[in-house]
Write a protein that binds this ligand. Sequence first.
Ligand code: PGA
Length: 250
Amino acid sequence: MRKSMIAANFKMNKNIDEAITYIKEFSTLVKDVENIDIVIGASPILLYAMKNELKTDKIELSAQNVHWKDSGAFTAETSAKVVKSLGINYTILGHSERRQYFCETDETLNLRVKNALNNDLKIIFCIGETLEEREANKTIEKVSTQLKEGLKEISIGEMKNISIAYEPIWAIGTGVTATPEQAQNTHKEIRTLLKEMFDQEIADSTRILYGGSVKPANVKELMSQEDIDGALVGGASLKPESFIQIVKFN
Ligand code: PGA
């Protein structure tokens, strides 16, 4: 019922030549891929050139963040309106690196979510706990706050444009993946929270991606879990030959 989504997060990697070469190579590799949404999140200064190079509708490009205003005195921020004007339909929001190193809060993220939706962008909304929070049994409390504050005043209709990415911070870029059971348990709890916050239909239809050291060797087992609908992939998305194996996990 939920279409799988595999998303790449290039983070602050790749120069213009590398990004264009990637799009050329990867476009060829996805030719026979069906029934899966493929999204590539890249630095905003690369998106325009990548979009121009994209000759397939099997791949969507994504910003990695957008501001809560369309324009104004916000030096170095990325406007959702401008992203949309490039023909880009997605943005990642709330990545833990944004929260951790750039002081993004649940409140500012909520504003970013609202403006992204106003500009007709689809959102991959990231949540996840630190190792200390997991060890203190506070995982659900943490993701619950992130969801309730970050998605405050978002309507049921708008939720159709939002996917959740559960990314335990201790698993990001560390090589330590959550076990499929750990990820499944949290995804199931997230679905229960979505039911409380919205309704059963939203709980059933919202895609929940897992992120944190996903690679070709572990994607299949993660994706076999009932409540895992996709993956947000950092390191292992940087080479087309690795990312295509994740896309073709089946
Ligand atoms: P990783 O990053 O796959 O390198 O762990 C995932 C992410 O930060 O989205």
